[in-house]
Design a protein around this ligand. Structure first.
Ligand code: HEM
Ligand SMILES: *[C@@H]1O[C@H](CO)[C@@H](O)[C@H](O)[C@H]1NC(C)=O
Ligand SMILES: *[C@@H]1O[C@H](CO)[C@@H](O)[C@H](O)[C@H]1NC(C)=O
Ligand SMILES: *[C@@H]1O[C@H](CO)[C@@H](O)[C@H](O)[C@H]1NC(C)=O
Ligand SMILES: *[C@@H]1O[C@H](CO)[C@@H](O)[C@H](O)[C@H]1NC(C)=O
Ligand SMILES: *[C@@H]1O[C@H](CO)[C@@H](O)[C@H](O)[C@H]1NC(C)=O
Ligand SMILES: *[C@@H]1O[C@H](CO)[C@@H](O)[C@H](O)[C@H]1NC(C)=O
Ligand SMILES: *[C@@H]1O[C@H](CO)[C@@H](O)[C@H](O)[C@H]1NC(C)=O
Length: 493
């Protein structure tokens, strides 16, 4: 039994050494050490894409006919009829569209004239492969003998404890931050909670449906045993049932518009949008502090710290310092674009200025994602051949929705490039502060003090990232960041 985490490699090398600032062309190639990862990810993507194409074909030719899943446990046609179309048959609202309208709707409707609901907020994630529940409908998967699967935490510790080797990436920390920002643009799975704490008394595994996926922590856990914690909060997600659409097997709904459209900045429905717009000059509401512009504050303080939170188009804007920084940055960017457009077009209305600025910002996010971000993540060649060019053209018959597999699996792989620390760097490029990412969860007020916004941005820009690797990083596993019961996370501060 291992009693202590070995932090040796981690602390000796330090998490944040300065980024080599002079990059050559070599650096922009997929990194050598990264290659096997990229390969694996590319392979996963290829498999997903092929599976997706197959399911699209399945759409056309095999609409209602049951296709036997390879993994089917309950061989019941009615239960296993996984069809992405079911929602559209049974529950999709009728949408009326004004096709003379030049701008995207906030909720993503009317993008595709033939299927105006496709890709809009509050519609299901599509599934690339069949659902796999132990009862075919909703129950968690079990081992072949019917027993619960082993605890994820137990597997994590067994496989990865002390395997940590910190490999710095030549890409800076903005790579990670961009990923999370885009993730929140296209994907927002609501957790099913009525305020119930799934780990009451720090020990008890929950029993309600929402709590049945709570993660059991072995009593000899190298970290949690010290605090007698044997339960990790992990809450099941809302299903289409919670959105008045009973579908089987369980189907999950994306609260965000599925398109890359800046919805995390603006909101994925008209109500949120109306709360964020100033309705003058096309700008978003902001506050000025010390001559710097910031997001408006939410009417709710953080329940952990009672410090203020930012209000934005996405509920996760305060999750960590980096994402909060991005929300402030894009608020400023939107308002800057609106200001510039107004100077050039003095007769434009607030509405016109807002929509044109939003259109501009959304296009920039798409551009950066496809031309800068994806080539690093997937490799330049793969992106060039398979994603951007080649035969991959817009096809109006393909449902553009975010897939369950992408949001729950593939894109979360990049959680393993989250660094443990951020650096604050002043205008002379001197590091003035290093913070632990975990110390600033749901607590963004630090950004607004002094020159911290500029310094953190400089820090993300000039600090090497963490290379994607299968490892157990004791200081920044997502579980430690968010799934500890109650306020226990403060123990680690
Ligand atoms: C400090 C940085 C980050 C933190 C603290 C963080 C934390 C989280 C948490 C707590 C969840 C919810 C997990 C669940 O309950 O199932 C989540 C979901 C997710 N994360 Fe991250 N994350 C970070 C960065 C990233 C990055 C860099 C990416 C990708 C490039 C990413 C992609 C995702 C995706 C796709 C989801 C699912 C979103 C949804 O559909 O609701 N995250 N993250
Ligand atoms: C989506 O937004 C449009 C206008 O922005 C609105 O008319 C419509 O009701 C919203 N929801 C749906 C499901 O269409
Ligand atoms: C954990 O439980 C043991 C036995 O009940 C107790 O002696 C110990 O003080 C507890 N430790 C903490 C940190 O609560
Ligand atoms: C969501 O639906 C499930 C049943 O599918 C139910 O148990 C749960 O209470 C609902 N959650 C909310 C927040 O309504
Ligand atoms: C929220 O936190 C701020 C300090 O950040 C405090 O001044 C304010 O009173 C708090 N509001 C509430 C409702 O607790
Ligand atoms: C990318 O493609 C170029 C030209 O086909 C080739 O020379 C290079 O080796 C490829 N790079 C990788 C990493 O596969
Ligand atoms: C940067 O260096 C210059 C020259 O040494 C100094 O005057 C200035 O105050 C420094 N700026 C910061 C932010 O420390
Ligand atoms: C960050 O975490 C490390 C490891 O727990 C700790 O040694 C260090 O003091 C922390 N830094 C700050 C600024 O709290």
């Amino acid at each position: 039994m291992v009693n202590d985490i070995v932090l040796e490699t981690w602390t000796k090398s330090g998490e944040t050494t300065g980024l080599i600032r002079h990059r050559n062309d070599e650096d922009t190639k997929p990194l050598h050490a990264y290659r096997s990862q990229v390969l694996v990810i590319s392979m996963i993507f290829s498999v997903l894409i092929i599976t997706f194409l197959m399911s699209v074909i399945d759409f056309w030719i095999d609409d209602d006919q049951f296709v036997q899943s390879q993994h089917a446990i309950v061989k019941n046609k009615d239960h296993l009829a996984m069809k992405n179309r079911e929602y559209f048959y049974q529950c999709a609202p009728i949408v009326s569209c004004d096709y003379s309208d030049k701008y995207r709707t906030s909720n993503g409707t009317c993008n595709n004239p033939n299927n105006p609901i496709w890709g809009s907020s509050n519609t299901p994630f599509i599934r690339l492969v069949d659902a796999h529940y132990s009862d075919g409908i909703s129950k968690l998967r079990t081992s072949s003998d019917g027993e619960p699967l082993p605890s994820a935490r137990e597997i994590q510790v067994k496989l990865f404890l002390n395997k940590q080797i910190r490999i710095p990436d030549k890409n800076n920390q903005l790579l990670m931050q961009w990923g999370q920002f885009v993730a929140h643009d296209v994907s927002n799975l609501a957790i099913d909670t009525n305020g119930e704490d799934c780990c009451t008394n720090k020990n008890e595994l929950g029993v309600s449906r929402a709590c049945e996926a709570s993660i059991k922590i072995p009593i000899d856990d190298p970290v949690y045993s010290k605090y007698n914690i044997t339960c990790m909060r992990f809450t099941r997600a809302m299903t289409s049932n919670n959105y008045s659409c009973p579908l089987q097997p369980l189907t999950f709904i994306d609260d965000a518009s599925h398109f890359i459209d800046g919805s995390q900045i603006y909101g994925s429905n008209d109500y949120v949008v109306s709360k964020l717009r100033s309705f003058t000059g096309g700008t978003l509401i902001s506050v000025l502090d010390n001559n710097q512009e910031f997001c408006p504050r939410s009417s709710f303080n953080s329940s952990d710290t009672n410090k203020y939170l930012y209000n934005s188009g996405d509920s996760r804007a305060n999750l960590n310092l980096g994402i909060a920084l991005f929300h402030n940055m894009f608020l400023r960017f939107h308002n800057y674009v609106a200001f510039k457009l107004k100077i050039e077009n003095s007769l434009w209305s607030d509405e016109k200025l807002y929509q044109e600025s939003r259109r501009f910002v959304g296009a920039i996010i798409q551009h950066i994602t496809y031309t800068q971000f994806l080539p690093i993540i997937l490799g330049k060649n793969y992106t060039k051949d398979e994603v951007l060019y080649g035969n991959n053209k817009y096809d109006p018959t393909v449902n553009p929705s975010t897939s369950q597999e992408f949001s729950t699996g593939a894109f979360r792989v990049l959680h393993n490039i989250i660094p443990a620390q951020h650096r604050f760097i002043d205008s002379n490029y001197t590091t003035v502060k290093i913070v632990n990412v975990t110390d600033w969860m749901n607590c963004p007020y630090l950004l607004q003090q002094g020159s911290n916004y500029d310094q953190l941005l400089r820090g993300l820009l000039s600090t090497e990232g963490r290379l994607s690797q299968p490892s157990y990083n004791p200081l920044n596993t997502i579980s430690m960041l968010t799934y500890l019961p109650g306020n226990i996370a403060s123990i680690f501060e």
